[in-house]
Design a protein around this ligand. Structure first.
Ligand SMILES: NC(=O)N[C@@H](CC(=O)O)C(=O)O
Ligand SMILES: [Zn+2]
Ligand SMILES: [Zn+2]
Length: 345
């Protein structure tokens, strides 16, 4: 097969940042995806509908002329979020999810949730009005091994949460373990998961290939090969519970190449191509369209896209660096090649 044509995909987990950085990264996403669920972990975080609507306007203003893209906004859940705020968010029609960051779990999560019980009023309102909870599912306890934080979250928090709120729509974001894939597969239909391209393509060896590789560090951290294979099996299974979410997370080069480098990989420059590589390696290119373009909108209750994209088998080189406002970032696969190329519309 040399050309793949399918329904235009959406990205159900994306970090666009703000200001000059937003301006730099947005075209990479808008070239490929019709819509994206935009994460709210700005500084300060997007905790109200008013802030989400203002952020949405800044994203639309940063879109280059001639590009069409719809940002799907999210709120950042806090311990004291009120049910009224949830109803306002739902009524806006622009907010499509509420993001749970356990306090301290990842980039810009300091104002995150300290105890899910405190969020009961907001969660009950979400359950009632059908606004999904999007979860960064890792415990933060220092005594839990960093590679076990997702698995431990399932029993300590995810199961009890779904027992208290059985009707809540939950997206288990960026799953990285066999445990999470099995949990989601066995859960009722109100539970789904996003899977990144990098967790489909790499295992934890990629962080230590010939030396420490800060550009392969993200959260949840890459896991063992057996987990990568389980994610690949889930993504290519055809199950409507699994869909595309890049978690493309731009950070300036100097912030990654540092004594304490921050977490996040930039994949938006070649997102759909990375997924095509992963699906092809699994012999499952025929499953890519549903994963990338159908399961997400079906879960979120949004229409599927009607336009199409084409990928061609064509080798191209990823640049060493990409502008990020006045700085630069190092994209995934920098200086190396990719086997598929998105064709210009
Ligand atoms: N994935 C990451 O490693 N980083 C994300 C935050 C997140 O999604 O956890 C970021 O905002 O940089
Ligand atoms: Zn996260
Ligand atoms: Zn993320």
């Amino acid at each position: 097969m040399t050309t793949l044509t399918f329904t235009r995909p959406d990205d159900w987990h994306l970090h666009l940042r703000d200001g000059a950085a937003l301006q730099s990264v947005l075209p990479d996403t808008a070239r490929q995806f019709a819509r994206a669920i935009v994460m709210p972990n700005l500084r300060p975080p997007v905790t109200t509908t008013a802030l989400a609507l203002a952020y949405r306007e800044r994203i639309l203003a940063a879109l280059p002329a001639g590009m069409v893209f719809e940002p799907l906004m999210t709120l950042y859940l806090t311990d004291n979020m009120r049910a009224e705020e949830i109803l306002l968010a739902k009524a806006s029609g622009a907010v499509h999810g509420v993001k749970l960051y356990p306090a301290g779990a990842t980039t810009n999560s300091d104002s995150g949730v300290t105890s899910l019980e405190k969020c009961a009023p907001a969660l009950a309102a979400m359950e009632q009005c059908g606004l999904p909870l999007l979860v960064h599912a890792e415990v933060t306890d220092a005594d839990v091994d960093v590679f076990d934080r997702e698995k431990v979250f399932i029993d300590r928090h995810m199961r009890p949460l779904l027992q208290r709120h059985p009707g809540l729509k939950v997206v288990f974001e960026h799953i990285t373990t066999r445990d999470a894939a099995e949990f989601v597969a066995a859960a009722p239909t109100n539970v789904a998961a996003t899977i990144t391209a990098h967790h489909l393509l790499m295992n934890r060896n990629a962080m230590f290939a010939g030396g420490i590789r800060p550009h392969h560090y993200c959260l949840p951290v890459l896991k063992r090969e057996e987990h990568r294979l389980a994610l690949l099996a889930a993504a290519t299974s055809g199950s409507a519970k699994f869909f595309l979410g890049t978690d493309s997370a731009p950070h300036a080069k100097h912030a990654k190449e540092a004594a304490c480098g921050c977490a996040g990989m930039y994949t938006a420059h070649a997102a759909i191509e990375f997924y095509a590589e992963a699906f092809e390696a699994a012999g499952a290119l025929d499953k890519l369209e549903a994963f990338a373009s159908f399961h997400g909108p079906d879960f979120y209750g949004l229409p599927r896209n009607t336009s199409q994209v084409s990928l061609k088998r064509e080798t191209w080189s990823v640049p060493d660096e990409i502008a990020l406002g006045a700085e630069t970032l190092v994209p995934l696969r920098a200086g190396q090649t990719i086997a598929w190329k998105l064709q210009a519309a």
